[in-house]
Design a protein around this ligand. Structure first.
Ligand code: ADP
Ligand code: TRP
Length: 321
């Protein structure tokens, strides 16, 4: 099975990214043909700062490696190192109705939040479709927010196949039910752009401050509360053992759940869960040259995999003369 997913290097990666996408990608390393990449061209739709983009790319690479991704067991690269993706994106855009992109929630949400609308932001799903189709990916693990973008990729693959003959595999989204949407500190979807995250690699006081800032209601300790509606509980259950989750669940239902104590317990759980990865990330960040070499090797591997698809596409549409 060919499994592929990408992540933007546009800010500190957070536990929503981890449970929504990174964890499942890393777990597929042993049993699948795995493609993992850092989508710097996509990040350019919102990051126009040279330093931030280039540093963010190296940092996202260090994050993945520190969390256990083994570049020998997958293809791990930076999107812009395979320029073929831009050519495929252009070809696909000639089959993309304006209305298909106008319906995309992600574009509408970003514009509503005040992000300047530009052509790349509008065409974002077409480049994402090219990312997926270029490698003939069968499965794409993502959080629920990316479902519609996957539908665009499927639509474009089908359209191309109908017009020019069987060329692309139709990709399937893989969205895990329990972690489809990890809530942020304020209960909305955790997202870099909402400033409500718990970054994976935050430590010490700044991490404690974030955990203590998880919003909870004002119900007194002894009163029953609904755990499913509490974002603290919903974050806690991602880290605690099933037994401890059951115990805390029953404190919510029967009374006795003290938010302050649960937050401190969550802080310990976070430190245990990511402790080793944090250490490894520090090691990777001391050697950016090594990171660049790992990514460059991945880029060569990815280009080799992309070449036959693009060759076929060029032939199908008449770019070979
Ligand atoms: P952000 O919203 O923080 O900018 P991205 O859009 O870069 O995150 O998402 C990267 C990956 O992480 C995608 O697969 C996305 O679906 C997943 N993801 C992001 N936030 C969450 C969340 N709160 N819960 C589950 N998955 C998430
Ligand atoms: N749009 C995705 C996000 O913001 C990132 C992405 C770009 C992606 N290309 C992809 C994800 C291809 C999966 C497959 O999270």
């Amino acid at each position: 099975m060919k499994i592929l997913s990408g992540i933007q290097p546009s800010g500190q990666l957070h536990i929503g990214n981890y449970f929504g996408m990174m964890k499942s990608m890393i777990s597929h390393m042993e049993n699948s043909e795995l493609y993992v990449f850092i989508v710097d061209l996509h990040a350019m739709t919102s990051v126009h700062d040279r330093e931030r983009l280039s540093k963010g790319t190296l940092e996202a690479a260090a994050d993945f490696l520190a969390l256990g991704l083994d570049p020998e067991k997958c293809t791990f690269w930076v999107q812009s190192d395979v320029p073929e993706v831009c050519e495929l994106s252009w070809v696909l855009s000639t089959l993309t109705p304006m209305g298909l992109l106008e319906r995309c929630h992600s574009y509408k949400d970003k514009v509503a939040k005040g992000i300047a609308s530009n052509h790349a932001l509008f065409a974002y799903p077409v480049l994402m479709a090219a990312d997926i189709l270029l490698y003939q990916a069968e499965q794409v693990p993502v959080g629920r927010d990316q479902k519609q973008h996957l539908e665009v990729a499927r639509d474009l693959a089908q359209k191309f196949n109908n017009e020019y003959g069987e060329t692309f595999v139709i990709p399937e989204p893989a969205i895990s039910q329990e972690t489809a949407v990890v809530p942020g500190l304020d209960g909305q979807k955790m997202s870099k752009s909402y400033g409500n995250t718990i970054p994976i690699f935050l430590e010490g006081k700044p991490l404690k401050k974030r955990v203590m800032a998880i919003e909870t209601d004002a119900t007194p300790v002894e009163e029953p509360k609904d755990p499913e509606k509490c974002n603290l509980f919903n974050i806690f259950k991602l880290f605690a053992t099933p037994e401890r989750v059951r115990e805390v669940h029953s404190l919510y239902v029967n009374g006795g759940a003290a938010y302050g104590y649960i937050k401190l317990e969550l802080l310990d759980l976070l430190n245990d869960f990511f402790g080793q990865a944090r250490q490894k990330k520090k090691e990777y960040m001391t050697d950016p040259q090594m990171l660049r070499e790992i990514l460059a090797r991945g880029g060569v591997k990815a280009r080799e995999k992309a070449a036959p698809t693009l060759d076929l596409v060029r032939d199908r549409v008449g770019l070979k003369y």
